[in-house]
Design a protein around this ligand. Structure first.
Ligand SMILES: [Zn+2]
Length: 426
């Protein structure tokens, strides 16, 4: 879910773009137990605008510069949560309105051409976020809007009349990496012999990693904390979910009584941790608005909900493991790896059932030599670079569909296999 104001900014940016000639060749609606979706076959790439309106519940999709091909003039029949589909042409393009039988969340993505299909815009509807719906109850402008497709949306959206506007994901989306600097505020984490606090080191490395990730085409970083303050563990997961993170990486520095121990380690969630977390999600699903892997568990029976959750967790753990191995390999090139295999533990921050997650113990702050290196800016950058390249290699080796990395990989961009040449010295 994007912030309201960001939605306006994005919508304004989309409006400022020149209109292109574009045909909508077909519009289809389908419903399955996983949800309802609308698919449009297109002659070229689009940046649609998607709006979710209430009273009555509907989704408006504006495709600027588009026109319906004659084969697509007839609106498809409704299915699933879509009661009816309406289409209207205006000077600026095509508007497609989905009248819903109940409040739903909508998201869209563009699927790039393959051997069978050309560009396709997919709009997916999933169970509504009940909390958000209640908060947005007073959407007067939306309620007052004429129900004919041509006049669906207030022409001047304002912050006083909060219509939820979600800019559709750009044609090929960026991967979002949630970077979690361990500890913070009243929780200093481990403290080294020279007084170095883990919370300062983790934030410095997190910021370096943020810069490197943001400089990488097709990736974007979000920090779960960007200052010296306390963030509860569950809030860190929530922040990553709210940003629809593709991957979560928590940064720490280890500590142990034996001061000779050194090296880095990478952890993913243990099976036991996943099982206990599943029990919690199932128990709380009635009042949880979260979607797991884009699916709501709220309206599912016990058996189905637990199967869906299990599938999601298994997929996430597998992905976490592969990604963690890539990171571990890069850390090995920067310095000593304490444990050569990916470790598993019940760390709370790793428990998101549908976001591959890892925790990197960058070094032992309890080891005096490593403590001094952890304070060193150049070494912090090296550690960040190792994590960055590990993630880069992971995503290039198996790029998620619909992402810019997938396009770049297809266009011949290659993962880097080693940090050795790029990060020597310092
Ligand atoms: Zn820690």
């Amino acid at each position: 879910m994007r912030l309201l104001l960001l939605g306006f900014v994005a919508a304004a940016a989309a409006l400022a773009m020149p209109a292109r000639a574009l045909d909508i060749r077909a519009v289809r609606v389908s419903a399955s137990p996983q949800g309802t979706r609308l698919v449009m076959d297109l002659s070229a790439r689009v940046e649609p605008r998607l709006m979710t309106l209430k009273h009555p519940d509907r989704v408006v999709i504006d495709v600027a510069g588009a026109r319906l091909a004659s084969s697509a003039r007839r609106a498809p029949a409704g299915a699933g949560a879509i009661r009816r589909v309406r289409m209207a042409h205006s000077a600026s393009g095509e508007r497609i309105v989905l009248d819903l039988s109940r409040s739903m969340r909508a998201k869209s993505f563009l699927s790039v051409p393959n051997s069978r299909y050309g560009y396709r815009l997919v709009v997916e509807l999933a169970g509504a976020d009940a909390g958000a719906a209640a908060r947005e109850g007073g959407s007067a402008a939306a309620a007052a809007a004429d129900s004919s497709p041509g006049a669906e949306v207030p022409s001047q959206p304002s912050v006083q009349a909060p219509v939820r506007i979600e800019h559709a994901r750009a044609a090929a989306r960026d991967l979002i990496i949630a970077i979690d600097a361990g500890h913070g505020g009243e929780d200093p984490g481990a403290i080294g012999m020279h007084g170095t606090r883990e919370k300062d080191v983790t934030l410095a490395i997190a910021r370096d990693l943020e810069q490197q990730v943001d400089a990488e085409p097709g990736m974007r970083a979000v920090l779960t904390r960007d200052g010296d303050y306390f963030v509860p563990l569950r809030d860190r997961m929530r922040r990553a979910r709210a940003q629809q993170a593709d991957l979560f990486v928590s940064i720490h520095a280890d500590s142990i009584r034996d001061r000779s121990v050194d090296g880095s380690s990478v952890y993913i969630l243990s099976q036991h941790g996943a099982t206990t977390e599943a029990a919690r999600w199932l128990a709380e699903r009635q009042n949880a608005a979260d979607l797991i892997g884009g699916v709501s568990l709220e309206d599912k029976g016990d058996m189905l909900a637990s199967v869906l959750l299990d599938l999601s967790q298994t997929a996430s753990l597998t992905a976490s493991h592969v990604a963690a191995e890539h990171v571990l390999r890069q850390l090995n090139l920067v310095g000593e790896v304490r444990k050569p295999l990916v470790q598993q533990a019940g760390f709370m921050v790793l428990k998101s059932p549908d976001i591959p997650s890892m925790l990197v113990e960058t070094a032992y702050i309890s080891n005096p030599a490593e403590e001094l290196r952890l304070r060193n800016g150049a070494h912090q950058e090296k550690l960040a670079a190792a994590i960055h390249l590990g993630l880069r290699n992971y995503f290039y080796s198996d790029p998620p569909a619909g992402t810019r990395i997938a396009e770049l990989a297809q266009g011949g961009a290659r993962p880097e296999l080693a940090t050795a040449e790029r990060h020597t010295g310092g």
